[in-house]
Design a protein around this ligand. Sequence first.
Ligand code: GLU
Length: 509
Amino acid sequence: MNKKVRVRFAPSPTGGLHLGGVRTVLYNYLFAKQHNGDFILRIEDTDQTRYVEGAEEYIYQCLDWCGLIPDESPQKPGAFGPYRQSERKSIYRKYAEQLVKQGKAYYAFDMPEELETMRTNYKTAENPSPQYDHKVRMKMRNSLSLTLEETERLLEASTPHVIRILMPENETVQFHDMIRGEVSFQTSQVDDKVLLKADGMPTYHLAVVVDDYLMQITHAFRGEEWLSSSPVHVLLWKYLFGIENMPQWAHLPLILKPDGNGKLSKRDGDRLGFPVFAMNWVDPKTNELTKGFRELGFLPEAFINMLALLGWNDGSEQEIFSLQELISKFSMDRVHKGGAKFNFEKAKWFNHEWIKQSAVSSYQSAVKELFDENNIVINDENKFLKVLELVKDRCTFLTDFVQQSSFFFQTPGAIDIAAIQPKWNEKKNLFFVELIRAYELMNLWQHDDLEKEFKEIAAVNEIKPGDVLLPLRIMLVGGKFGPGVFDIVALLGKEETIKRIKHTLQLLQ
Ligand code: GLU
């Protein structure tokens, strides 16, 4: 019987969530759901020096916003808890000790100064940053270079120590990556990584392998930046749990800068003026704000859709995919090996498409919040929905709704008189006076009737409708923007329309 698919997203809570991280979540999630499997969130917080207050909470909020809800997490524990590595501290030592007994790892007692000396002494032009590896290990203070008695004495005296993996000297470590195919590494290139730290905490390398095993993870999808650590993980699997039990791996391609090579960084976003994080992130130490896609006015559906296509396509021309469609169509073998260049214009396109094609009721409350933030009161939800429908084609971001439609709910702050004045004359003034009179008499306030009346009065006054349309628009909205003029008139209602025309006529006096 095939094992139930179980995948995990295993972030370290060190700051805001980069869009590459969200894409890792997404691919994990899609794969899990497609296979009726479980998607697990595990918090990898063993490096206490990098722990950042609020970062874990932020991860939950991001996943929530994106609608990528884990089946098991610290907040929703399943049968494999705890889901925070710091709470699993007592689990790991035994595996590290087992490795020592197997002769696959060793105790190392070197103090920071001794490591520093090693780095200085072995530094050469070809090897500018020497590692703790087969070349130097016998010259350091560890259970390989010391006698058994000496090692025991040090351990009994509770001398601070770490446990390091003993990297074989000349082996090829190989594994199958679902995106890259066969991948192999020479072990002589890899250092003797620390597995258990002096404070008893495991390092990422040990914890990731132990936890993937104990949590019965079947597939591990993570960023390409972890590929170079994979030989250590393969060996740990071989030594501890059997290579046949190792999850299938896929190392996801990097998301690259739009202009040039290399991984897209927070700094590129600042430099080029777009967000790189999913949501706003405020660094608790510096109070520095890094902007997010959510606050910029992205719909989660668009954000997800855009991310899915950064490195994957279904082989057709289709670009708009709902989450459900992605679940059914996603496949790891269509994920590209090469990095995907981030394109902000394309991201905007996705958002615009999603704003247009979604039912406005699906983002009504998000837009309402934006209106609230701008102190614009909405007291007619029905009118609000109509307004959203009317202007949605003009909005790239949810925040655009405020600019595009606030005039429906409050008098425009300023009227662009300068855009009317140069061509203003008595004839036009008379036209508007008559328009007010006619509109005041109208019983049914409907788009077509309003337009017809407008045109008739223009004809009687021998004015081209085109010459008075723009002034009317400016009177109603304040400037040269907005949806169809008679849509605006119809929605504003009689009283407000007439009031605004009168007000501008006075300004033009
Ligand atoms: N804790 C690692 C990170 O922060 C997880 C890498 C993995 O998924 O193995 O990205």
